[in-house]
Design a protein around this ligand. Structure first.
Ligand SMILES: Cc1cc2nc3c(=O)[nH]c(=O)nc-3n(C[C@H](O)[C@H](O)[C@H](O)COP(=O)(O)OP(=O)(O)OC[C@H]3O[C@@H](n4cnc5c(N)ncnc54)[C@H](O)[C@@H]3O)c2cc1C
Length: 418
């Protein structure tokens, strides 16, 4: 079934045009070919896999011709140069089809690394790392979370970078570094530690992000961590053992590392939520379609009140999630700091709503719902994972409450209109 996207009366012509043209490619080129496009190398013949690669290249070419490539990048780097809100509105459309974001040039964690390199990179770093990353000649990962420290409190990280002459020497242990198998470089979150200081506690040094080529001696990929029952994945455990990289590989100034990570995650959370909404939209369409055609106990599912309840609850979940996310995106357009509470609110609400919507769609489809024939099982796992990645629910609820209580403490109530 094609995605039903029409111009939104309250949106300007430019954003509507982007959404309509994105939907055209999703409906004409991606949805009808979803199975062919994503045939994995291990499950298909050499010819079939090559056909899939050719098809992907053809869709990417059409996306580029349509001027819809890399919405997250400025025009000078070959992207669309979109403002935040337009990008968010585009995401809900392109996320409707499985894997479509990558065909529009947005592939995490490369896309987040590209944005950080655009913002913090020196001219030399841009030439060496950013441009080949955009061209697809290099792959990358973002290496922050550590197995022995809580990722939900990034200030606890202890990977150290010691300055030795004109090099950093990095030691630390990370995991869940996504895209770690293919990556040519990692952006590694470290603390700069002075070994001669009175108290060289690795928890106290200023944070910095350092570009580390994965081929450097001492970068040891321990394993691709198996997730959701699969033997392996590209989320890697990595040990950094006396890794030497030039000091000019620092991305931004020493001490800016935590802020840079927040910039990356803040924007990313809104985009991820808009992606989730596109996927909820798809799950909703699949559920309603099935309810209209499946007969059980002498009648169509659409005539059973349980199922009508699923449709109504899912409609409310999607609409609430969507409007909250658009509200947060509008705030980000006016500055990231003002949007913190709303970003945390969507980071909690949207993955939970997404989980509920997909859960109902699976229920309506019965056994087929958990089969590999439909995209629902992958959405279910993805939605559940989103409640942990980029900061778990609890951390964001704490932040919301802190901001609300802080405002009341300063003598003002919360203004829900702003
Ligand atoms: C699929 C996937 C991909 C990822 N990719 C990357 C990546 O590319 N790079 C990277 O650096 N990291 C990545 N991560 C790691 C992710 O960011 C962390 O898992 C996340 O920040 C949570 O950290 P943690 O797993 O250490 O959980 P912990 O910090 O140990 O938290 C465990 C649980 O404790 C609870 N909790 C935490 N704080 C509080 C509190 N204050 N009060 C009450 N309860 C609390 C929450 O329920 C939380 O889920 C990825 C994770 C996943 C699952």
């Amino acid at each position: 079934m094609a995605m039903n996207v029409k111009p939104v009366p309250t949106l300007d012509e430019r954003i509507n045009d982007i959404r309509m043209r994105t939907a055209e490619i999703v409906n004409e080129d991606i949805l009808p070919n979803e199975r062919l496009l994503w045939r994995a190398a291990e499950d298909s013949s050499f010819t079939e896999h090559n056909e899939a690669l050719e098809l992907r290249a053809a869709v990417k070419e059409r996306v580029k011709q349509a001027g819809l490539w890399a919405p997250h990048l400025p025009e000078e780097y070959g992207g669309m140069g979109l403002d935040f809100l337009a990008h968010a509105y585009m995401n809900e459309v392109l996320a409707y089809a499985i894997g479509a974001a990558s065909l529009f040039g947005v592939v995490a964690p490369n896309s987040g690394n590209q944005s950080i390199l655009v913002k913090y990179g020196t001219e030399e770093q841009k030439q060496k790392w950013l441009l080949p990353l955009i061209e697809g000649d290099l792959e990358s990962g973002f290496s922050m979370t550590e197995p022995h420290n809580p990722g939900s409190d990034p200030r606890s990280l202890t990977t150290s970078a010691v300055v030795d002459g004109d090099h950093f020497v990095i030691n630390g242990h990370k995991w869940f570094t996504s895209n770690g198998i293919d990556a040519d470089f990692f952006i590694v979150m470290c603390r700069v530690v002075d070994p001669n200081a009175e108290d060289p506690d690795p928890r106290k040094g200023p944070m910095v992000q350092i570009i580390v080529p994965t081929a450097t001696k001492g970068v040891n990929i321990v394993r691709g961590i198996g997730v959701w029952g699969r033997k392996t994945s590209d989320h890697c455990e990595v040990k950094y053992e006396d890794v030497r990289v030039p000091v000019e590989n620092a991305l931004g100034r020493v001490g800016e590392g935590h802020q840079a990570a927040q910039d990356r995650l803040g924007a990313g959370r809104v985009y991820h939520c808009m992606n989730s909404i596109g996927q909820m939209w798809r799950a909703f369409d699949l559920m309603v379609e099935r309810a209209r055609s499946r007969e059980v106990h002498g009648g169509l599912l659409q005539d059973k009140q349980f199922v009508q309840g699923f449709i109504a609850d899912s409609y409310m979940d999607i609409q609430a999630a969507r409007l909250m996310t658009i509200h947060a995106a509008e705030k980000v357009d006016g500055g990231m700091a003002a949007a913190r509470t709303d970003i945390s609110a969507i980071k909690v609400f949207v993955p939970n709503a997404y989980t509920r919507v997909v859960d109902r769609a699976i229920q309506v489809w019965g056994a087929a719902g958990v089969s590999n024939d439909l995209p629902l099982f992958g959405m279910y796992q993805g939605a559940r994972t989103l409640r942990i990645a980029d900061g778990p629910d609890e951390v964001h609820k704490i932040l919301i409450a802190k901001n609300v209580l802080g405002q009341f403490a300063s003598g003002e109530g919360w203004d829900f209109g702003n």
